[in-house]
Write a protein of this length. Structure first.
Length: 263
């Protein structure tokens, strides 16, 4: 049963969630406002002017639909960056950041076990990332109703779920590295390198035949490869969830055995 550490983790990110959530809503609103003009101007002749590489990578032929427009303009890179940045920033702070600030030792000496501490902080981070996903979902639903983008509610939910999973995976990776090492900078660095590597694998897999078989290993492909605002729930969602849990599971025994730095 989750306790005070979980509740405090959720409370501590209230303002951050509100700010990031407002930014997500504003971004969706701006892009939705632009869509009618893009829909009317994007045709086969305009599509032919784009390099074949861009057409293959971004599936530009779907640009004239609401789902395709959001997939290309928001879900291809903008929203993944937002969710990953939030996840890494918060995840690296929850244990390693508090340890370096000298505040973690107060919790360590309390009745809560170290494993419980990691699990509750991970759960608190999941609540924050899910709250951002909820804001994204609501914004898409409202935008499609106001502008007439024709995006079914279920499709919007799948798109939001994709962003929650990719943000949570990198956030829990940062949390795990921080718990295992006590170094926030290292946690940010490892998770950041993982994010950049995953995106490069996603892009190169779409462009280079030799890399294509490995593309499915990219979290970006698992989350966005099929166009997340769609009616399909990719199998990659399961891998994103399993790998996220694995990061936390691996960190538990490492954190249990490690000496905690004190102020």
């Amino acid at each position: 049963m989750l306790g005070e550490v979980f509740a405090k983790t959720v409370r501590d990110q209230r303002r951050a969630v509100a700010g990031w959530g407002a930014g997500i809503v504003a971004t969706v609103a701006v892009m939705a406002a632009l869509w009618p003009s893009v829909r009317d101007m994007f045709d086969d002749e305009m599509l032919a002017d784009f390099p074949e590489v861009m057409q293959r990578l971004f599936d530009l032929e779907t640009m004239s639909t609401g789902s395709g427009f959001f997939n290309i303009e928001l879900f291809s890179i903008v929203l993944p960056i937002v969710f990953i940045a939030y996840g890494i920033g918060r995840g690296s702070r929850l244990i390693a950041g508090e340890e370096q600030d000298g505040t973690l030792e107060v919790v360590i000496v309390s009745p809560v076990t170290r494993s419980q501490l990691v699990v509750e902080k991970a759960a608190g981070l999941a609540v924050g990332v899910t709250a951002l996903g909820t804001a994204l979902f609501v914004a898409i639903v409202i935008a499609t109703a106001v502008v007439g983008m024709g995006i079914p509610t279920a499709h919007a939910a799948i798109g939001a779920m994709a962003m929650v999973l990719i943000g949570l995976q990198h956030g829990w990776l940062a949390l795990a590295v921080g718990a295992a090492t006590g170094r926030r900078g290292l946690a940010v660095g490892v998770a950041g390198v993982a994010a950049v590597s995953g995106y490069l694998l996603h892009v190169l897999g779409a462009l280079v035949d030799a890399v294509a078989p490995w593309q499915r290993l990219s979290p970006f492909t698992q989350a966005t490869g099929a166009g997340p605002v769609s009616g399909d729930v990719p199998l990659g969602f399961a891998w994103l969830a399993v790998s996220s849990i694995a990061f936390v599971a691996v960190a538990l025994p490492l954190f249990e055995r490690r000496d905690i730095a004190t102020a």
